[in-house]
Design a protein around this ligand. Structure first.
Ligand SMILES: NC(=O)c1ccc[n+]([C@@H]2O[C@H](COP(=O)([O-])OP(=O)(O)OC[C@H]3O[C@@H](n4cnc5c(N)ncnc54)[C@H](O)[C@@H]3O)[C@@H](O)[C@H]2O)c1
Length: 252
């Protein structure tokens, strides 16, 4: 599935899933504007690799409207259009039960995971409406579909991402603009490591047994789903939640 000639903005681009997606998009011929926090290490997307010259890195914090507008402006000035927006930046937040979860903890995670996604939609959708084309993929989680213990703010914020996706898709579908979200289960990398440490199962020999597939997903597997949803082959996919979770949410 070629992404030749497409321009994509990818947030959380220095992270585990984001960087795999930046690399795959570049390999498939897209121009990529890669966004992550100013303190991020972008070396996993700036080194040697296929078509890396098509990647522009721009530090920005997803919580601030002026920084969001700035990266959208960069994409427009450089490439003149935005075909795909992977609205992916997020944090897991503290692993605590509600009695210890502070208001600040809750506000911080909602600000990044929910308000950040809203700000991205608000900045990119008007451009896609003008183009009468575009595909947005928000990153929710299996925690946007069902609950889990020890991360109430994360669960609430990812349920919000599912709601933002559905509402934005309904407002956009007649203008040939698509808004979907992905709901990954555990994906091998630092985020699930910190969850497993928080839940005390990091060193358990059967650490992954709660996933029916008996393994964690890989970031490149998620990246391929994002490429499918971003590209033309998914033209009638809109307003949906795509789980990628080794059958985790298929369980009763
Ligand atoms: N890893 C998993 O198991 C898993 C499962 C389901 C959903 N997700 C979601 O996938 C997305 C990517 O997660 P990941 O696993 O790659 O984790 P990660 O921590 O490796 O990457 C997240 C990236 O988001 C960036 N980010 C955080 N706050 C930001 C902000 N305010 N502004 C800009 N960038 C910011 C971080 O710097 C980081 O590079 C997140 O939304 C996460 O909630 C991850």
């Amino acid at each position: 599935m070629s992404l030749e000639g497409k321009t994509a903005i990818i947030t959380g681009a220095a992270g585990n899933i984001g960087s795999a997606t930046v690399r795959l998009f570049a390999e498939r011929g897209a121009n990529v504007v890669a966004i992550d926090q100013p303190s991020s290490d972008f070396s996993s997307i700036t080194g040697d690799g296929p078509n890396r010259a098509s990647i522009i890195v721009q530090p920005a914090d997803a919580r601030y409207p002026d920084q969001v507008s700035a990266y959208v402006d960069t994409a427009m000035q450089r490439f003149g259009r935005i075909d795909i927006f992977f609205n992916n930046a997020g944090i897991i937040g503290p692993m605590k039960f509600i009695d210890d979860y502070t208001l600040d903890d809750f506000r911080t995670i909602m600000d990044i995971n929910a308000t950040g996604v809203f700000l991205g939609l608000k900045a990119v959708l008007p451009i896609m409406y003008q183009q009468t084309s575009g595909s947005i993929i928000n990153t929710a989680s299996v925690a946007g579909i069902a609950g889990s213990q020890g991360s109430i703010g994360y669960v609430a914020s990812k349920h919000a991402v599912v709601g933002l996706t559905r509402a934005a898709a309904l407002e956009s579908a007649a203008r040939n603009v698509r808004v979907n979200c992905i709901a990954p289960g555990p994906i091998a990398g630092p985020m699930i490591d910190s969850v497993d440490r928080g839940l005390g199962r990091y060193d358990a020999p059967d650490r992954m047994a709660y996933v029916p597939a008996n393994r964690y997903g890989r970031p490149d597997e998620v990246a391929r789903l994002v490429a499918f949803l971003g590209g033309d082959e998914s033209g009638f996919c809109n307003g949906a939640v795509y789980t990628i979770d080794g059958a985790k949410t298929a369980e009763i």
